[in-house]
Design a protein. Sequence first.
Length: 85
Amino acid sequence: MAEHEAINGVPVTEEQIEAWANEAEAGYDVATLKKRGRGRPGRGSEPSQVVALRLTADEMAALDARAAREGKSRSEVLREALSVA
């Protein structure tokens, strides 16, 4: 193995590779792997959609100011604004 092999800046050792190989050869518990979850957590029973929104610099500043003032994300502020409508 080359000396420069690394994951997130941490060198990968021969011992680590051996441990990974042993783990793979022993097999994986599929139920445990499925519990890990991937991506962002859901917001409900149906999949969410990502929507692009164009805002002016002033609108972005107002959105960011409100989000900071209320301790929320931009998305939370926008979703709340839509739920009032």
